[in-house]
Design a protein around this ligand. Structure first.
Ligand code: PGA
Length: 244
C-alpha cells in the first residue's frame, strides 16, 4: 500500500437491472464509515437511480465510458456532463473491452479524459497487456506507453486513477503472480505524472486472492468485474482492502 487513496471499484459491465440496485443499498449499509473509497460503476441505465439510492452514504457511483464531446449528434453516446448530472463521480475509460470492441485508442481515451475532467469526474484509466504481449516480454513497454498516451495533460491524483488490468486476466480466473503485479505497479508508480495517483489492479480479483494482492506495495485497490455484482462478495474484497 502506498500513500495514495485506497479504492475498491466495481465494474458491472453490461449487467444489472433496476432490482439489482438493492446490492448497492446493501453495500451502503455494510460500510457506513469505510476506510477506503467504494465505487460502483453500473450500466448507464442505472447510474441515476443507483446514485439516488445511495445518496448520503459513502458508496460512490460512476459510469463505464463517456464521449469526448459535451453534446451533439452522437447517437447512443453519453457525455461526461450527463454522467455527472446523473450523480456519477467517476468514469472508467479505456477498459480493454472498449479498446477491443469499439476500437478505442489511447489517444481517444485521453480525449475522453479531458472531457471527463472538465465535467468534474475522476477518471479510472485502464491499461494492460495481452497474453501475446506478455509472452513476447513486452508488458512494461506496452503498459508504460498506454499510460503515457492515455493520461491527458493535467492528470493528477485528484482527477485520475489508473487501473492495471492484464487483458488475459479479465474474467478468466487467471491472475499474474504477485511478483508480476508488483513489477508492473512499481514501474507505473515511477512513471506517473503525479506519484500520489491511486494504482488499482484488475483482473479476476476475488475474496480469496484480494488480501495477498492488496499486500503488494504499490497496489492501492482493485477494479473488480464479476465479483462486484453481489454486495456479499464485493464486501469481502472491500474488507480486505480496509485491512491492508
Ligand atoms: P473481472 O473483470 O474481475 O471479472 O476479471 C475486471 C474488469 O474487467 O474490470
Amino acid at each position: 500500500m502506498s500513500e495514495a487513496c485506497k479504492l475498491a471499484a466495481g465494474n458491472w459491465k453490461m449487467n444489472g437491472l433496476r432490482a439489482d440496485i438493492e446490492e448497492a443499498r446493501r453495500l451502503a449499509t455494510l460500510f457506513k464509515e469505510p476506510s477506503c473509497g467504494i465505487l460502483l460503476c453500473p450500466p448507464a441505465t442505472l447510474v441515476a437511480a443507483m446514485a439516488d439510492a445511495v445518496s448520503g452514504s459513502r458508496v460512490m457511483v460512476g459510469g463505464q465510458d463517456c464521449h469526448a464531446h459535451v453534446s451533439g449528434a452522437h447517437t447512443g453516446d453519453i457525455s461526461a456532463q450527463m454522467l455527472a448530472d446523473s450523480g456519477a463521480r467517476h468514469v472508467i475509460l479505456g477498459h480493454s473491452e472498449r479498446r477491443t470492441d469499439h476500437g478505442e485508442t489511447s489517444a481517444s481515451v485521453a480525449a475522453k479524459a479531458v472531457a471527463a475532467h472538465a465535467a468534474g469526474l475522476v477518471t479510472i484509466i485502464c491499461i494492460g497487456e495481452t497474453e501475446a504481449q506478455r509472452d513476447a516480454g513486452d508488458t512494461l513497454a506496452v503498459v508504460l506507453s498506454q499510460l503515457q498516451a492515455s493520461v491527458p495533460e493535467g492528470g493528477n491524483a485528484a482527477n485520475t486513477v489508473i487501473a492495471y488490468e492484464p487483458v488475459w486476466a479479465i474474467g478468466t480466473g487467471r491472475t499474474p503472480t504477485l511478483e508480476q503485479i508488483a513489477e508492473v505497479h512499481d514501474a507505473l508508480r515511477a512513471a506517473l505524472p503525479d506519484a500520489a495517483i491511486s494504482l488499482l489492479y484488475g483482473g479476476s480479483v476475488k475474496p480469496g486472492n484480494a488480501a495477498e494482492i492488496f499486500a503488494i506495495g504499490n497496489v492501492d485497490g482493485a477494479l473488480v468485474g464479476g465479483a462486484s455484482l453481489k454486495a456479499a462478495e464485493f464486501g469481502a474484497i472491500i474488507s480486505a482492502l480496509e485491512e491492508a
